[in-house]
Design a protein around this ligand. Sequence first.
Ligand code: ATP
Length: 323
Amino acid sequence: MNRQVRTRETAAFETGEPAAFDVTGLVVRYGKVTAVQGVSVSSPPGRITALLGPNGAGKSSLLGVLSTAARPDAGTVRIFGYEVREAPMEARRRLGLVFQERTLDKELSVERNLWFHARLFGMKRADARARIDRMLCLLDLEDRRRQPVEELSGGLARRVEIARALLHRPGLLILDEPTNGLDPTARSAVWADLLRLRDELGVTVLYSTHYMDEAEFADEIVILRRGRVVRQGSAVRLKGSLESSRIVVACADGEAAARQLRAAGFDPLAEPGGLAVHCTDPESRVADVVRALDVPALTLSVRHPSMNDVYLAAAGEERAMVP
Ligand SMILES: Nc1ncnc2c1ncn2[C@@H]1O[C@H](COP(=O)(O)OP(=O)(O)OP(=O)(O)O)[C@@H](O)[C@H]1O
């Protein structure tokens, strides 16, 4: 094993372990197009990171380099300390990949698909058998063991792909839009699986998605735009950074309500659907707002920024606070 190439510069976390992935100053070009422009992201082992961004933001290009399928034009990419250009095989062995193209052999049973993958990764027969049993159990696929893949729904096939990606015990699972095309039930099942893999096996997960509710499962969210990181942090931190929690007052006489709110020391702003009173802890100010108002047919609602607001603000596509 080429341990020398496991460099000491790799970001290390409290445990002293190297980062599960550590990308520094990554640049990816296709001819004149620069798809990734100096991206730096990393994750300690056992955490889930979501990659968000509009079409063409560079998500697949970043995942392509992390998966060792593409070479970086500049920067370094390390998987558990192994640099992908210097030690691609060591890096590859620590990776489980679930990309958008379906790569299962449809005519073969679930078990045979897993078996060939295990053997491809050089697993011994007994180990492969035990590991297949474990993965089928963990992903609730035991009943499907002998069924040809072509008879499975899209959601079940995706779970087989996840089981297969984890057979050789990779520490990092990379998924490119894993729930694309799945119905809400199948999406939930995939998410339950990924959370269980993190919690029970300590697997690090990195995935791209266009679904905001899926991004919220992640410990860390990275938003890319035009090949650069434009936001990074937990969902709570990203939402908190918007400072747009507010009480929205809807009534027939908006002008009177605005006058009364100003007289009580508030600074109401018009927004679609009513007047917004921005404050950091809106729940604690509702009673004050009600006391300030003397207008008929009043509706009050408390609104906190959503991941969608964060995304729209970061992607710069529309005004962030359209309700
Ligand atoms: N093989 C390629 N040849 C030329 N340009 C490419 C190639 N692959 C991607 N690009 C360009 O690189 C940029 C980033 O593309 P990429 O597929 O990484 O974005 P993405 O965020 O994954 O988009 P999506 O959400 O649509 O999957 C885009 O401008 C895209 O057109």
